[in-house]
Design a protein around this ligand. Sequence first.
Ligand code: FE2
Length: 372
Amino acid sequence: MYITDKWEGTEYFNIQTFKFVEFYVSNAKQVVHFYRTVFGFKPYAYCGPETGVVTHVSYVLKNKKIFFVFTTPLSSTHTGSDWIKKHGDGIRDVAFSVLDVKKCYNSAIKRGAISNSSPIITNDKNGSFGCASIKTYGDNIHSFIDDSDYKGLWAPKFVKLNLPDVSYKNTQLILIDHIVGNVEWDKMDYWREYYEKVFGFSTFVRFGEGDISTKYSALKSVVLRSKNWKIKLPINEPAKGLKKSQIEEYLDFHEGAGVQHIAILTDDIIESISSLKQNGVEFLDIPDTYYDNLIDRVGGIDEDIKKLKDLSILVDRDESGYLLQIFTKPIQDRPTLFIEIIQRKGSQGFGQGNFQALFESIEKEQEERGNL
Ligand code: FE2
């Protein structure tokens, strides 16, 4: 493994933040209820037949700086229907907030990005809204969104989403920390080069199979980041172990490469996880022995170890500080996408020290599904 922040790369165009994550789901109306009552998202915007969009519905939910968009096609001829048939519910688009969509798009295409949709700049009474998209691993895309001169709520044809109140515990989630892709065998470096070449992102962490393996399964990983550190995109590929890698299980059930997990940042993980558990989130179980010599491994921390143990929260430390993290079980019936909740106290790592404990827990579940 190495971690480096010395090489800044050459960022070819200005990428500011994650703008939103768009899910293709077969029944957005019901999925929206889950993300509201379980993860504490609030209704934000909507488009569909009522707003002049006849092909699909999209619900935008907001939680502090996080925007999730849930899109359901309204007919079998919509490309989203093919996507859902193949992959099940999952993430289709990791969208970036940019300045000047045409410039970003042309710049990306010039260096080898594959187009998904050319720039469309809409000018209406709310101002100017720009979007375009390029393809990435699997059947996924990255949209470029420029709404810096747009005064509307979300995007053209979207209206405010009004839904009846529901009750849930406030989850204190703040923003997207990183989004991880799983790619096919021996494809990790292909996609690393793609992000380096197309975006000018830097690779700042790399793990080989020796770093991340348990008795049975293994993976390799690289982490790419934007110059301003606001976009962090780890990419995993399976590695050879005694039995099937968890990444391979994902690839089998997602039927190809795709987003494995979204990590969401909180500034009080104990509060967040207590609320999320009360709201009904299922997290991976962590063996009690993980906490036996935790302080020897990570040194002094601000949190009460008993509380961390009760909530199955993991801790890892590197030279710049520590982090606390926890992982949900898959959030749909296919063992594909899951969510990580993370609190950073100095560390910019990804919890490398927890991989052993974590993988043992994931493998236990994989075994129960008969996929190990
Ligand atoms: Fe993560």
